[in-house]
Design a binder for this molecule. Structure first.
Ligand SMILES: [Zn+2]
Ligand SMILES: [Zn+2]
Length: 168
C-alpha cells in the first residue's frame, strides 16, 4: 500500500487510515510467514513541519510459524504500537518503507514487527524436537536411535547458540 504523502497533505494536515491487509506475509529478509487472518492496522499521519511527518500506529496479526524445534505450526500473535517521524525528500531517510515522498505502509508495519518478533517460537516449552538422526517428531513417538540423556540439554544448548547468533 503506497501512500503519496505530498498528495495527501495538500488537502489536509492529518490522515487516519484504518484497514486490513488480507494477504499479509511477514518477511524478515530470510523467512516469510503468512498471517492466519490478515493484518489489522490503524495509522495516523500528521504533517508537523515542512517535509516532516509524524506516524503513529498500531497493528495486530497472528502469524503461522513453524516451531523452532519440531516445525509444527504455531500461531503467534504479533502486535505493534509505534510512533516515528519521517522526513521527505531526504536521501539518508530512504529505506524499505519510504522512497522520496512515497510511504509503503505494509513495509513500515513489517519493520515494526521484526522488532517485536519473539526470539524463540516453540509449540510448547517442553517440545522435544526432532530426532537429529532419524528426523522423527519426538513429541509424538520415540525412536530407537541412541541419543542417551542429553536431548533436552542439547536442545537448550542449541537455543542458546541460536539466540546468541541472532544478536549479532
Ligand atoms: Zn515443537
Ligand atoms: Zn531417531
Amino acid at each position: 500500500m503506497l501512500i503519496h504523502l505530498v498528495e495527501v497533505f495538500t488537502r489536509q494536515n492529518q490522515v487516519i487510515i484504518e484497514e486490513t491487509f488480507n494477504d499479509f506475509i511477514y518477511n524478515d529478509g530470510i523467512y516469510k510467514w503468512p498471517a492466519a487472518n490478515g493484518l489489522n492496522f490503524k495509522v495516523t499521519l500528521k504533517h508537523i513541519a515542512k517535509d516532516e511527518i509524524m506516524i503513529e500506529g498500531i497493528s495486530s496479526t497472528t502469524l503461522i510459524i513453524p516451531c523452532d524445534r519440531c516445525t509444527k505450526e504455531v500461531r503467534m500473535d504479533i502486535n505493534t504500537e509505534f510512533s516515528r517521524n519521517i522526513y521527505l525528500h531526504n536521501d539518508e531517510e530512504d529505506s524499505a518503507y519510504i522512497d522520496g515522498a512515497n510511504l509503503n505502509l505494509r513495509e513500515l508495519i513489517n519493520q515494526e514487527m521484526i522488532d517485536k518478533y519473539p526470539r524463540k517460537v516453540l509449540c510448547s516449552d517442553e517440545c522435544k524436537g526432532l530426532c537429529p538422526t532419524c528426523g522423527v517428531n519426538l513429541n509424538n513417538k520415540n525412536c530407537t536411535c541412541d541419543r542417551g540423556q542429553i536431548d533436552i540439554r542439547m536442545a537448550q544448548f542449541k537455543d542458546l547458540l541460536e539466540s546468541e547468533f541472532k544478536e549479532v
